[in-house]
Design a protein around this ligand. Structure first.
Ligand SMILES: [Fe+2]
Ligand SMILES: [Fe+2]
Length: 306
């Protein structure tokens, strides 16, 4: 996996930066945004989930009532699928650690910027880990799986490496923006059809968290556009061009399974692309050929059936 981001990336060259934007490209191994702006985005994220509004796996669900007999086969299969996706958190978290290192190999300036994003990453990771735990608990309490076999199944997939092809940090955040939005929409759609109210409660909590994660990613994408100009639209477009949902390349039977979960509840990750275009439009006030091109690209991607 690539661990550097920045000037060597073929996606962004100084000569391509907007004339009105700062001309510096993103320094290698750095999140590359001003510390104050990162602080503001992280604070907004934390403010949206005060301790009084958080939930926990142990307290907030009626586990004794969980009953997989109220689910169709397709719904059970969807729960198993999303459990694998959520449970892969160690792999996702490691990407941030390697892209934005916090050790003696980076200079003080890079460290202090990466330290800001880390405040977000650890909270986000704690939330995603609770998603994995809630789905695990649901599977066990409802009778879909036994703890022992599920733990082992998850471990078999969990140890596989997760990697992203993008060099530029703006592409990483654009990728995650799409992923969080796609997941949020799917959980909402699945929640609307599942027969077990306990599972509906779980999906409700999860989709609300994904919505907040999306908002943070949108703030980050906006910051890159405001800091570097519309030149960063290119790596974002790359993120869409190469988009694969997590585990698409490692989870056994992924594609057949993905089609099956889409039969159970509407699932279309390209729906989330539109949200990226909207964020780009909002951040770039002036007419921009690059944003127009991103929009055309997304429209074309959506028009072509998978
Ligand atoms: Fe999640
Ligand atoms: Fe999320």
């Amino acid at each position: 996996m690539t661990t550097t981001a920045g000037p060597s990336s073929p996606s962004v060259r100084n000569s391509e930066l907007d004339a009105n934007a700062p001309t510096g490209s993103v320094p290698p191994r750095s999140v590359g945004l001003p510390a104050d702006a990162l602080d503001t985005a992280v604070t907004a994220f934390m403010t949206a989930s005060p301790v009084t509004r958080r939930w926990d796996v142990e307290r907030d669900f009626d586990w004794a009532a969980a009953d997989a007999d109220r689910l169709t086969d397709g719904q059970r299969s969807a729960v198993r699928f999303i459990s694998f996706i959520e449970d892969h958190l160690p792999g996702y978290f490691a990407v941030y650690g390697s892209r934005f290192p916090l050790d003696a190999d980076v200079d003080v300036e890079t460290f202090l910027l990466n330290r800001e994003i880390y405040h977000f990453t650890v909270r986000w990771a704690a939330e995603e880990d609770s998603h994995a735990r809630a789905l695990f608990r649901y599977q066990v309490e409802s009778g879909i799986a036994t703890a022992e076999s599920l733990r082992r199944e998850l471990a078999v997939e969990g140890r596989k490496e997760f990697s992203l092809p993008h060099d530029h940090p703006a592409a990483l955040f654009a990728y995650t923006l799409v992923q969080e939005k796609a997941t949020q929409i799917y959980y909402q759609n699945l929640r609307a059809v599942v027969g077990d109210p306990v599972l509906a409660d779980v999906l409700n909590r999860l989709s609300r968290d994904e919505a907040r994660h999306f908002t943070f990613m949108a703030d980050m994408v906006e910051l890159y556009l405001r800091t570097y100009g519309d030149a960063v639209v290119e790596p974002m477009r790359d993120a869409i061009a190469q988009f694969r949902m997590p585990l698409a390349d490692t989870l056994g039977g992924y594609w057949r399974w993905a089609l099956r979960i889409a039969d159970t509840a509407r699932y279309d990750h390209t729906e989330a692309y539109e949200h990226l275009v909207r964020v780009a439009r909002r951040a770039v006030d002036a007419p921009s050929e690059r944003v127009d091109e991103l929009e055309r690209f997304v429209r074309a991607a959506r028009a072509i059936p998978a």
